[in-house]
Design a protein. Structure first.
Length: 637
């Protein structure tokens, strides 16, 4: 069968039926991304550049259509008729998507167009079934009337005992509104360097006659951002928790995304909008029990809204602080209280040239200015950084200095806030001056620093490999200064996933039981792996395991390319004890944590450019920010 193309029936037990070899003439045409058997006598092949082939059961050609306008391979069956779906927007043409009927017996395309609403443009979510078209989102599956623009929810992932991660419409089959099949890829991406195939699992879901979880309490989780922003690892952990008959509660996820009135396509709100909605729900005591990913939203960090987790960490069901990066956890505290605890994080801050920042592990605004004033004229103080990005970085680690949520006071008219604005104005640049990484003249920041072009740059350290890469590129010439302030500086942890417990939750013990499980070595390691190793775990044991995995992978690649001159191992840095020790020092010295009021940040980013461009005075800008942020705090009550 070598060289032949065949189709196989996937049987209900996951095995493959006998292959049917297709006609050689069929594959004189370009490759196809869509394959459909509309009935027992026909096959449809299509691709995403406007071509479609219709054959009989044996693969003999019925018709070959070329250059179908606005067609990208989507073919749907609606009310017993087959249509090609055409998307004007994808072709950069004004207008909504539309359908054109196709006769599968003749292969002819109708000239009549059925116009659709713009909301119908999200075809990547569609899944064809025998009884119609369905749409699959991170929250549910709904049956769609594409022509009339209506939908009916038939299934919620909250009702299933499997996590819905890595399940996509193109690998799903919906038999009916109460039964469907899907394929999930469970490969270990950490050890997959492109040489192993996927680990596919066939899942068969069917609606149960009776609810096996009847009588259990319902514990609600809310996620900051889109529903699919929840880590697949957490979906799995939630499913595992829900399957445990010993648990007294069942966890469900509440979506805070919009559902369009005429369609089921979900539109992600801005972080500020979602945060405000969740805040109001918690404040009214009708909100979720567990908050996921709100660690950067400082407006939640009050006794009125969230539970202090420190007593739980040290209580009857404790976490062992000695096995965690407790300094990172402490950095997230507000006045000694831990309202939100990070699960995984990245690190950001200024990196300085050791030639100028000699033995300088902390740097205040005043010290920074003093060193910069002594630079040679050929050296820039800071690699080109957009003022908006620099302002967001400096303010992220200092917002609690200007907004006290417990006392409900706002104080931006301070020397510290003025110093931040002055620093950003002096050392930041307009966004247009920052060169794109794809530009021919672009030079990486660490290379610019090593070559003496800049004294500092704003860097992001995204996991172990990123730290190793920075260490090798800097070649001992750089020092991690962190985020400067009037009193000094520290590298800043930025949560990529965090958890909190609502003060109004009736299930605080059950919530802590679930949260506590997320700090095991296995879960922490899986969280890092799922993020493709671009984050750090809070667990020290997980960091050690991730480092060993990374080292094994690096050693395998080094062995693979050892006889190839000038071959570069993709991780760039050798994983030895020295690197590990330096990594531990780096993480142990983190003292800042990014957390800011999302609505207040929008105000500052809107008002500050007036001062940066010289159109408004510093006093005027500070006054406006003070007044507008005070209004926000007062409105929250």
């Amino acid at each position: 069968m070598s060289g032949d193309v065949a189709i196989c029936e996937l049987l209900s037990d996951g095995s493959m039926g006998e292959p049917q070899i297709l006609s050689d003439s069929l594959f004189n045409y370009p490759s196809y991304t869509t394959f459909i058997m509309p009935d027992q006598n026909h096959m449809i092949f299509a691709n995403d550049w406007g071509e479609m082939v219709i054959t009989d059961r044996e693969g003999n050609l019925i018709n070959h259509l070329e250059s179908i306008a606005n067609f990208y391979g989507n073919v749907f069956k609606l009310d017993g008729k087959w249509y090609v779906y055409c998307d004007r927007a994808r072709s950069e043409v004004e207008g909504s998507p539309y359908l054109q009927e196709i006769d599968i017996n003749t292969g002819k395309l109708s000239d009549v167009r059925v116009e659709l609403t713009k909301a119908a443009a999200y075809t990547y979510q569609y899944c064809q079934s025998k009884d119609g078209l369905y749409i699959m989102t991170a929250s549910n599956i709904a049956k769609v009337d594409l022509i009339n623009g209506t939908f009916e929810t038939s299934f919620s992932w909250n009702d299933a005992d499997v996590g819905d991660h890595r399940i996509t419409p193109e690998y799903s089959y919906i038999a009916s509104s109460s039964e469907f099949y899907c394929v999930r890829d469970d490969r270990d991406h950490f050890n997959d360097s492109g040489y192993t195939g996927p680990d596919l699992v066939l899942i068969h879901l069917k609606k149960a006659e009776n609810n096996p979880h009847a009588g259990k309490s319902i514990m609600i989780i809310a996620c900051n951002g889109s529903d699919d922003a929840i880590s697949p690892v957490l979906y799995d952990r939630i499913a595992e928790y829900n399957r445990d008959p010993e648990k007294k509660a069942r966890i469900v996820i509440k979506s805070y995304q919009d559902v369009l009135s005429d369609y089921t396509v979900q539109v992600t709100k801005s972080d500020a909008q979602i945060a405000d909605l969740v805040y109001l729900d918690v404040q009214s005591k009708e909100g979720p029990d567990i908050l996921l990913g709100f660690g950067a939203c400082s407006q939640f960090n009050t006794d009125e809204i969230l539970l202090d987790l420190n007593p739980l960490i040290d209580g009857s069901s404790p976490l062992d602080r000695g096995t965690l990066f407790d300094n990172v956890i402490s950095a997230a505290e507000i006045d000694g209280k831990l309202y939100q605890i990070p699960l995984i994080y990245e690190v950001r801050g200024l990196v300085g040239n050791k030639e100028y920042f000699v033995n300088q592990e902390s740097c205040s605004f005043e010290e920074f200015d003093r060193i910069i004033d002594q630079l040679p004229e050929t050296v820039s103080p800071l690699a080109p950084t957009a003022r908006e990005d620099l302002l967001r970085a400096l303010l992220s680690g200092a917002m609690n200095l200007f907004m006290d949520y417990g006392k409900k006071t706002v104080q931006f008219d301070t020397p510290e806030f003025r110093a931040i604005l002055e620093f950003v104005r002096k050392y930041g640049v307009d966004k247009e001056e920052v060169k794109d990484a794809n530009s021919a003249s672009f030079i990486p920041n660490n290379e610019r620093l090593r070559e003496g072009l800049d004294a500092t740059y704003y860097g992001e350290v995204l996991g172990i490999a990123s730290f190793g890469y920075e260490a090798k590129q800097l070649n001992g010439e750089g020092v991690f200064l962190g985020i400067p302030s009037s009193s000094g500086s520290s590298m800043m942890a930025v949560e990529r996933q965090s958890v909190a417990i609502s003060k109004c939750s009736l299930y605080q013990d059950q919530a802590w039981d679930f949260i506590r499980s997320l700090f095991s070595q296995d879960i922490q390691t899986d969280l890092v792996i799922n993020e493709l190793n671009t984050v750090f775990p809070v667990s020290r044991e997980a960091l050690d395991l991730c480092f060993q995995k990374q080292k094994t992978r690096y050693d395998q690649e080094a062995e693979r390319y050892k006889d190839i001159p000038d071959a570069s191992v993709w991780d760039s840095s050798e994983y030895n004890q020295e690197l590990y020790d330096n990594l531990l020092d780096f993480l142990n010295n983190i003292q800042k944590y990014a957390s800011y009021d999302t609505s207040a940040m929008l105000i500052v980013l809107e008002e500050a450019p007036g001062y940066f461009t010289g159109q408004r005075s510093l006093d005027d800008v500070v006054k406006n920010i003070q007044n507008r942020c005070t209004t926000i705090v007062n409105e929250r009550g």
